[in-house]
Design a protein around this ligand. Structure first.
Ligand code: LLP
Length: 432
């Protein structure tokens, strides 16, 4: 199912013509389809509907509050990893009871803010964190409902930087050490240790690593129960991959069936934390070609989006399909080029050696599969203002984050008093 289609030779997001949108908004910008978000959420929800499960969208994938509010209406909770993400989830109307606070390095202040906000479910990743959480909860006269995140030592066979379930990764508590951690947790006053959590990595394109990890989890639940722990919750993380290019990924249905097989018989409430599989193919990044440049070795297509807007190609060598907004004709031959941004480093590219139909200055291009880990990972490198996000529904659209202005950035900065002088704006001097 695709919500970005050509009508009369022009790419649309649902019923909205993208070239018309670009004229109003300016480029670059992110554009999400509501119908796509709803579709991908429902497909996942249907796939796990036979299980007693809550879907807590991993909002690190896309944390715009309009996107979160769209998913909240479908019953989604949220998996958050910072106070900021928690505030976004609450702002979007997500019930604090459906928010899970995950993350390997939560601060005391964040734990406290969560408890005050009524967020009481935590995935804890170390003994030190357990002690701090217990103390904070106890001071507030509360009990934190804790799942310990265990590290099953399974290779997710994904990109090195997003594999999280091997012993050498910083995440979770080694399975071999986890029994002791549960014993310690049970002795702490502010902790109700009633679950086990796991997340072995992201963009998994095979079920086998999940199957191995979840089987280890099931065995471990048996051990914990023998030790006298009451285990009521299992958090299975996220990680299901999507098709960026031609990857054959497992369907949510197949994933759901595998979960039922490995974990279904344990009588636990389940939590899933999908991110990419919901949002990834629900968004594009629209960009305009600034210049074409022919070199001796290469042709460069210089666009107005850059690595600060979408860092995935630079950081993970990730592939994103790129299409012309004006539909390519069948007879157009492809020309190989690098699609690059205006940033001053050679790592600034969106695609290398990509076969493209004819492109010239002024053309609009759509970078596909950019709805997850796109806008959320952007920066202002080279003092490039953060770009807008637009949400489409049917033939309506709304700007759900406005374009930043350079003035927004400069307003955050201050000169120390010793640099103040007649050529410097008084407003930017510390103390003024
Ligand atoms: N739960 C936990 C504890 C996680 O760490 C993550 C992702 C998820 C759930 C959601 O995983 P998903 O279903 O989206 O695969 N920036 C990288 C991806 C980093 C993922 C980090 N953790 C990228 O652009 O590919």
């Amino acid at each position: 199912m695709d919500y970005f289609n050509y009508h009369k030779g022009e790419l649309h997001a649902e019923g909205v013509q993208l070239s018309a949108l670009a004229d109003v908004i300016g480029t670059p910008f992110y554009c999400y389809s509501s119908a796509a978000l709803v579709h991908y959420f429902k497909v996942f929800a249907d796939a796990v509907s036979a299980l007693d499960a809550t879907i807590c969208f991993a909002i690190k994938a896309n944390s715009n509050i309009a996107v979160l509010a769209t998913l909240e209406r479908l019953g989604a909770g949220a998996d958050v990893v910072s106070q900021g993400e928690m505030q976004r989830a609450l702002e979007a109307g997500i019930d604090p009871k459906k928010i899970i606070f995950s993350g390997v390095g939560k601060s005391r202040q964040e734990l406290q803010a969560a408890l005050v906000a009524g967020v009481t479910r935590f995935n804890v990743e170390s003994l030190s964190e357990l002690e701090v959480l217990s103390a904070v909860a106890d001071t507030h006269g509360q009990m934190a409902e804790v799942s310990l995140r265990v590290n099953p030592d399974v290779d997710a066979r994904t990109h090195e930087k997003i594999a999280t379930g091997r012993q050498e990764d910083k995440f979770g508590i080694d399975l071999s050490l986890a029994r002791g951690a549960y014993r310690r947790a049970r002795a702490l006053p502010g902790i109700d240790v009633s679950g086990v959590a796991m997340h072995i990595g992201s963009q998994l394109t095979e079920l086998d690593p999940f199957r191995i990890a979840y089987s280890r989890m099931a065995d471990f639940v048996g051990v914990l129960r023998e030790d006298g722990h009451t285990i009521r919750h299992l958090d299975l993380g996220g990680g299901l991959g999507i098709t960026y290019k031609d990857e054959k990924v497992p369907t949510p249905e197949a994933y759901g069936a595998m979960v039922a097989e490995t974990i279904g018989g344990l009588g636990c409430k389940l939590t899933f934390e999908p991110g990419r599989v919901i949002a990834g193919n629900a968004g594009i990044l629209l960009t305009r070609v600034n210049f074409m440049k022919e070199g001796t070795a290469k042709t460069f297509c210089i666009v107005d989006a850059a690595m600060n807007d979408l860092i995935r190609p630079t950081l993970y060598n990730a592939h994103h399909d790129i299409v012309r907004v004006a539909e390519a004709m069948d007879h157009e031959s492809l020309k190989v080029m690098d699609i690059v941004g205006p940033i001053c480093e050679s790592g600034d590219y969106i695609a290398k050696n990509r076969g493209m139909p004819s492109v010239t200055s002024g053309d609009l291009l759509a970078i596909r599969s950019a709805g997850a880990y796109g806008a959320v990972m952007s920066s202002t490198y080279n003092t490039r203002p953060l770009i807008p996000e637009v949400l489409v529904e049917g033939d309506e659209y709304a700007v759900i984050r406005r374009r930043f202005e350079v003035a927004d950035m400069l307003a955050l900065e201050r000169l120390p008093p010793w640099l103040s002088g007649s050529r410097i704006s008084a407003a930017n001097v510390v103390g003024k």
